[in-house]
Design a protein around this ligand. Structure first.
Ligand code: ZN
Length: 195
């Protein structure tokens, strides 16, 4: 089932999400709906907060794919290649972070806007999988960036909050005043940037 994706400045995107106590069958179904919604929206990551559910949960699939859905993993880092995707992660917690990197990020909740954001380069994250078992992810590259972006959502934070104050305020007031452009021009390029 496709879910509605909330868009900035919806105040529900600002709510801090709560950990799940247990991965119930209902949550497994919700997880599958989120993944379906993410693929349908041509995004590479989606946090529960974005579909109006305030729990600490995210889905991710950063594998580069073409129009027909074929995967080309050649541009992924060695660490990224070792991790099975799509990723379902309940109660994600970053336990180690190193170095800095930048990437042009976009967001399904802030459509048509893309800006350079600074993140940690390498992270180690722990959380629960769909079976409710604890596991860890050690990664860098786009996958690391995407996990950090989605965890921000669970804390009520958006990538446009991480820009300079001037830039951030300019984008926010523009959206509040004019909304989003009618038709989103979908290029091959920006698909990998919708986190
Ligand atoms: Zn996002």
């Amino acid at each position: 089932m496709l879910l509605e994706v909330l868009k900035f400045p919806d105040p529900r995107l600002r709510i801090k999400c709560k950990p799940v106590q247990e991965v119930t069958p209902e949550l497994v179904q919700f997880a599958d709906d989120m993944l379906e919604t993410m693929y349908a929206s041509k995004g590479i990551g989606l946090a529960a907060a974005q579909v109006n559910r305030q729990i600490r949960f995210l889905v991710i699939d950063t594998r580069p794919r073409d129009e027909e859905g074929r995967y080309d993993l050649t541009h992924m880092t060695e660490l990224e290649k070792t991790i099975e995707q799509p990723i379902f992660l309940f109660n994600p917690e970053i336990i180690k972070k190193e170095g800095k990197t930048t990437y042009e990020e976009g967001c399904l909740s802030v459509p048509t806007y893309f800006e350079i954001v600074e993140r940690f380069n390498y992270i180690e994250v722990k959380g629960l999988n769909k079976e409710g078992k604890e596991y860890q992810i050690k990664t860098d590259g786009l996958l690391s960036i995407c996990i950090q972006h989605e965890i921000d959502h669970l804390d009520g934070k958006l990538f446009i909050d991480r820009l300079s104050t001037i830039k951030s305020n300019r984008i926010k007031s523009k959206i509040k005043k004019f909304g989003y452009p009618e038709a989103e021009s979908e290029t091959e390029e920006n698909i990998e940037h919708k986190l």
